[in-house]
Design a binder for this molecule. Structure first.
Ligand code: 5GP
Ligand code: ZN
Length: 112
């Protein structure tokens, strides 16, 4: 997709602080971190959200979870929260599926 921010990061046209990559997935630091660890895990292929990812590229979605675990293993002793905002009303602003990997502090649950 030509007008997709995360496709541009995947292509290297927009710089990002990469922390991990595989054949199908990249992980880079969120530009506005909400926790000491805040990394975005993104497939190289453009799909809009986690529902489409599960239907169209399930193996890659599983790889995204494995990469999230690897990042957490390296940075937070293996503990993390993985969030997929789905739809504008749920906070999604970039419509190229991405898992937010959050951790590195006690994460409250009550208002999640
Ligand atoms: P969403 O709101 O769609 O769930 O998440 C999009 C995330 O992308 C936000 O947390 C936002 O801070 C992050 N973001 C937006 N623009 C950029 C950028 O240019 N570079 C990086 N690394 N993160 C970005
Ligand atoms: Zn895209």
């Amino acid at each position: 997709m030509t007008d997709c921010l995360f496709c541009k990061i995947v292509a290297g046209d927009i710089p990002a602080a990469l922390v991990a990559e595989t054949d199908h997935v990249i992980a880079f630091r969120d530009i506005a971190p909400k926790a000491p660890l805040h990394v975005l895990v993104v497939p190289r292929t453009h799909v809009a959200n986690v529902t489409e990812a599960a239907a169209q590229i399930p193996e890659v979605l599983a790889e995204m979870v494995a990469v999230a675990q690897q990042v957490a293993d390296a940075e937070t002793g293996g503990e993390y929260r993985l969030i997929f905002n789905t739809g504008e009303g749920a906070g999604q602003s970039v419509f190229h599926v991405h898992g937010h990997v959050l951790g590195g502090k006690h994460l409250a649950w009550e208002n999640a």
